[in-house]
Design a protein around this ligand. Structure first.
Ligand SMILES: N[C@@H](CCC(=O)N[C@@H](CS)C(=O)NCC(=O)O)C(=O)O
Length: 412
């Protein structure tokens, strides 16, 4: 998800018509020979009555639907481009260009040596694939106590807020209040910076509790830090998701997967021209085809060892049929149609602690209810059967590709 759309883009609630109004309109529609579809609309919206009156003045008794449709179409199109500019910045060809993260860290930084439990707090949102990466690595590395979290949820304007949710399964990760500085929105937390901040308030965000400042808001930096930052002191140091011997391969996979798949689905969904979409969707599916071939004989991307590259691919795959296939127009194939990629996704889902980081309901709500310009009616489709927890938990037989052991080199 990118920036939220502003509240003002949301349509005002349409008042319910009284019985008296319905009777009046019915009579009118009979005498004026207005088509039944238009008269039904009239019952609901006073604005359409105004439109009808103006149309009658201009064109007589019958409303010309072609003109109405073309007027609404032109207006909607212009409004859509305006909204998309805010939601998703693009280049002149209409291709989505993801803004760079402002707060970065690297593994040479002194931070890696001064890390102690309690010095960090992680802000996440459950629909977000980038934040999901950090939740999985935190879980696999056993850092739950060392790095507490606050789970934000998207507000009606798309900006991240903190609320307590009491529904759902007790094991599921759910949106929560912000326990570290009591701010009501993520923007307020970012604003606590000594020098102030007025940029994007995105998740994931790692907060330095002692210095009261944003440490990092780039997911890949955060997962590298979680993988190697606390080693020896806390967490599960026997898990290494980026061993030196595989670093080159991991980087090579990331170079392919990030632009074409992780960001590739966004390049499809946020494309603002046909050409931009055509390019993005072609690159996405040719990369998925290639990955499916590779995974026919390799349990994970780099062989028998689960690595950071797998985690980054997984968080896009788990959202694919739930959201990207429909909402982002990634329609050429469903993930379910890729036998190896699908089995690979189930394999990772079944690694202990991973399923608990996947809140499928929150993912669907986050995409369909909040990305208003892509789904103006905010109707959330039903969860596809193939995406349900029971299906993701079925045997996948991927272990037969890996002679080492059931969960390869992940010991949690
Ligand atoms: N490059 C960043 C991307 C993070 C990102 O785009 N997060 C989205 C949610 S999926 C967000 O919080 N957007 C809110 C905003 O941009 O205001 C990363 O990998 O951490």
């Amino acid at each position: 998800m990118a920036t939220a759309c502003a509240t003002s883009f949301l349509s005002p609630a349409i008042p319910l018509t009284t019985k008296k109004n319905i009777r009046t309109t019915k009579t009118k529609s009979r005498t004026c020979h207005v088509s039944p579809r238009i008269s039904l609309q009239q019952q609901r919206s006073p604005n359409l009555n105004v439109l009808t009156t103006i149309s009658r003045l201009l064109w007589g008794k019958s409303l010309p639907p072609q003109l109405l449709i073309s007027t609404v179409r032109t207006t909607w199109n212009a409004t859509w481009h305006l909204m998309m500019k805010q939601l998703a910045p693009s280049d002149p060809s209409g291709s989505y260009t993801r803004p760079a993260s402002k707060f970065r860290i690297n593994s040479d930084s002194s931070l890696f040596s001064r890390l102690k439990p309690g010095t960090l707090h992680l802000f996440v949102g459950l629909p977000c694939p980038w934040a999901h990466r950090t939740l999985i690595v935190r879980a696999l590395k056993g850092l739950e106590e060392a790095v507490p979290i606050s789970v934000a949820s998207p507000g009606i304007d798309g900006a991240w807020e903190f609320h307590e949710f009491r529904t759902g399964n007790a094991n599921d990760l759910m949106p929560s209040v912000n326990n570290i500085n009591r701010c009501k929105t993520l923007k307020e937390v970012y604003g606590l910076q000594r020098e102030g901040y007025d940029g994007r308030a995105s998740v994931p965000m790692l907060w330095d509790v002692e210095r009261k400042e944003v440490l990092c808001n780039e997911s890949y930096d955060i997962i590298e830090l979680f993988n190697s930052g606390f080693n020896g002191a806390v967490g599960n140091s026997s898990v290494d998701l980026s061993p030196p011997s595989l670093k080159g391969q991991i980087e090579e996979w990331n170079r392919i997967i990030y632009p074409n798949v992780n960001n590739g689905v966004y390049r499809c969904g946020f494309a603002q021209s046909q050409e931009a979409y055509d390019t993005a969707v072609k690159q996405l599916f040719s990369t998925l085809d290639m990955l499916d071939d590779h995974l026919a004989s390799s349990r994970y991307l780099c062989g028998d060892a689960l690595t950071l590259a797998d985690i980054c691919l997984f968080t896009t795959l788990i959202r694919f049929d739930l959201a990207y296939n429909v909402l982002f127009k990634c329609t050429k194939k469903k993930l379910l149609e890729y036998p190896n990629l699908h089995g690979y996704m189930c394999d990772i889902y079944q690694i202990p602690k991973v399923a608990e980081t996947c809140n499928l309901e929150e993912i669907m709500n986050g995409y369909y209810k909040i990305l208003f310009p892509l789904n103006p009616g905010s109707i959330r489709p039903i969860i596809p059967t193939g995406c349900e927890h029971e299906v993701l938990s079925k045997p996948h037989n991927r272990e037969s590709l890996s002679p080492v052991n059931k969960h390869a080199e992940v010991h949690v």
